[in-house]
Design a protein around this ligand. Structure first.
Ligand SMILES: Nc1ncnc2c1ncn2[C@@H]1O[C@H](COP(=O)(O)OP(=O)(O)OP(=O)(O)O)[C@@H](O)[C@H]1O
Ligand SMILES: [Mg+2]
Length: 583
């Protein structure tokens, strides 16, 4: 179910409302059952009152046959009321729970299609708060609001129709109170909307702080960050509380105020109509009926004013969710699905990050298929940025990246990424078994033999076999905790299992001790044969055998050659090398 509108404005409340209502359309049948339920309940209510009348009449008239039927009628009424309550309660929940489900799944699917840019700009906690809090708000708001709007709105219209029918002049008088009520509702709606957005945002901050504190618990402990975190959390929660109380205050002032205005209108009508020149044309019965009908307006009007708060909350949340759903997706203009050999060229590539940092600057490099190129350079010189350009995690601001002579934006994203194996600087493991962590995603159809082979090459097999359940041991919160080096070896195994023509290792051996590094180095050397490999390393000892070493600084190549050539050159590489050697 995708409801996507081209010229949708998330700040236009009516548009948000209509788009949200669109989600309810497939549940029209549940809506009908819900309405039937409501009608049954209402009828049972009225019929109950009628029954009393019949009972009393029957007793006074001593009507035996009617007396016989009473117990059945009473039970029948309760069955009817129960059925009504069931249909109304069950199907309204059915619609709202389904709404949560659909929107949540849709938002989650959207998250998977958003560019890295989005993740860089939005903290994880804020994103998850949208998925958890905002989605619930939409549902709480929309379902109840729509039923109330329909039911009570129609009642108000019907009552007004009746009032007009009895005496249109008096009804017009009653309508004097409409403009001030309208003004109040407009003002209050704006405040509700603003406060609701504030509450959502403060929930985002709360969730973000929780997220950071949990993932960074060690730093918090080691650096005595408890007071800082508690203060930060208290501030955000207090902000949330205050906004919640402001909404409540507004709601409890709003409803009586509107009731008061209605009463003023009624008094005015009564005062006017008691004048003989007005009353003259109306019978006593008509007058009473008019007053009763006008009095009946109070309840639905109150219900409508009360639901406004929920409606505004739902709309604010809907607006926030639709903004996310309409956010531009990762651009995939590519259509080609070539079988990549592994020639790579960077042609005059520049990359400026959103913050204005120029990470890559007129960069030119040609790598032949099968070549192993090592990239070294100071921290922040742009090495990670460079390799992220290759997988199109980042898009060059200027210039072009070619693989086998084809500009990479012509290649389908999935095809491109399938053919590049990458070990990232930060290792990511999932809450799953060791085997599933190695054979992650598109690798899930790999056999156990292949997984074991990859693990052996990554020198991970031995430690995996020592785990309680071997490859089926569970890693993560309630499972095993692995050391940094072990985690790194799993991520290398994952990359090796992928067996792609291009291999990128970003600081892949930084967490390993000298011995494991030595073995992995050997394994990688075998694996690098026959594929294009880009190795980023701080420890220069690991890259001496590369076909070519390039030294980067400020997003540019400043030196390039083999290990021996660069040492002979006596430039930055030599300085860096000697420094490592000194250590
Ligand atoms: N998402 C980002 N937004 C803005 N600037 C960034 C971003 N990522 C990196 N940078 C900046 O770009 C420059 C290059 O960063 P990059 O991560 O490519 O360096 P690196 O050579 O990989 O460093 P290291 O050796 O420490 O991993 C740095 O100045 C960094 O501050
Ligand atoms: Mg880096």
């Amino acid at each position: 179910m995708t409801i996507h509108q081209k010229n949708f404005d998330p700040n236009d409340k009516l548009a948000v409302f209509l788009r949200l209502s669109g989600y309810l359309v497939p549940y029209w049948w549940a809506g009908i059952l819900m309405v039937i339920g409501m009608i049954l309940s209402a009828t049972a209510e009225v019929a109950g009152a009628k029954l009393f009348q019949i009972i009393i009449d029957a007793i006074t008239q001593n009507n035996q046959t009617q007396k016989f039927w009473f117990p059945f009628l009473v039970i029948g009424l309760f069955v009817m009321r129960g059925l009504g309550a069931f249909l109304g309660g069950y199907y309204s929940a059915y619609v709202s729970r389904n709404l949560v489900y659909h929107i949540r799944v849709q938002v989650f699917e959207k998250l998977l299609k958003l560019p890295s840019d989005f993740y860089l700009k939005n903290p994880a906690g804020t994103i998850s708060s949208k998925l958890i809090f905002d989605v619930e708000q939409v549902t709480a708001g929309s379902n109840e609001s729509i039923t109330t709007l329909l039911k009570e709105g129609l009642t108000v219209l019907a009552l007004f129709g009746y009032l007009f029918y009895i005496n249109w002049r008096l009804t017009l008088v009653l309508l004097i109170v409409v403009p001030p009520i309208f003004l109040i509702i407009r003002y209050v709606s704006k405040r509700f909307s603003k406060l609701s957005i504030g509450i959502q945002e403060s929930m985002g901050v709360v969730s973000h702080i929780i997220n950071e504190t949990i993932t960074g618990y060690q730093v918090v402990k080691n650096y005595g960050g408890q007071t800082y975190e508690t203060d930060r959390f208290n501030k955000a929660s207090l902000d949330n509380l205050q906004k919640g109380m402001k909404i409540t205050l507004l709601a409890v002032v709003n409803s009586p105020l509107i009731q008061l205005l209605m009463a003023v209108g009624m008094c005015f009508v009564v005062w006017l109509s008691l004048r003989p020149e007005v009353l003259g044309s109306m019978s006593a019965g008509q007058f009473t009926s008019f007053l009763i009908a006008a009095g009946l307006l109070a309840r639905p009007v109150k219900a409508l004013t009360d639901v406004n708060q929920k409606l505004q909350r739902g709309l604010a949340a809907g607006s926030s969710i639709f903004k996310l759903l309409d956010a531009p997706e990762e651009c995939d203009t590519g259509t080609l699905t070539p079988s990549i050999r592994g020639d790579i060229s960077f042609n005059n590539v520049s990359l400026v990050y959103d913050g204005g940092v120029q990470a890559i600057c007129d960069f030119n490099l040609d790598i032949k298929a099968g070549e192993t190129v090592a990239v070294v350079g100071r921290s922040g010189s742009g090495k990670t940025t460079l390799v992220n350009l290759l997988t199109r995690t980042l898009t060059p601001t200027k210039g072009q990246v070619l693989i086998d002579g084809v500009p990479i934006d012509k290649i389908k994203l999935s095809s491109l990424r399938e053919q590049i194996s990458m070990v990232n600087q930060q290792v990511t493991l999932f809450l799953d078994t060791v085997a599933h962590n190695i054979a992650y995603g598109s690798l899930s159809d790999k056999s156990r033999e292949e997984i074991v082979l990859a693990s052996k090459s990554a020198y991970a097999h031995d430690f995996i076999m020592k785990l309680p359940n071997g490859y089926d041991s569970f890693i993560g919160a309630d499972g095993l905790q692995l050391s940094g080096g072990q985690r790194q070896r799993l991520s290398i195994a994952r990359a090796l299992l992928k067996d792609a023509p291009i291999l990128i290792l970003d600081e892949a051996t930084s967490a390993l001790d000298n011995e494991s590094e030595f073995y992995i180095q050997k394994a990688l050397e075998t694996i690098m044969k026959g594929r294009t490999t880009l190795v980023i390393a701080h420890r220069l000892s690991t890259i001496q055998n590369a076909d070519r070493i390039i030294v980067m600084d400020k997003g540019q190549i400043i030196e390039s050659g083999t290990h021996d050539e660069l040492l002979a050159l006596g430039g930055m590489y030599q300085t860096m090398y000697e420094r490592t050697f000194d250590e």
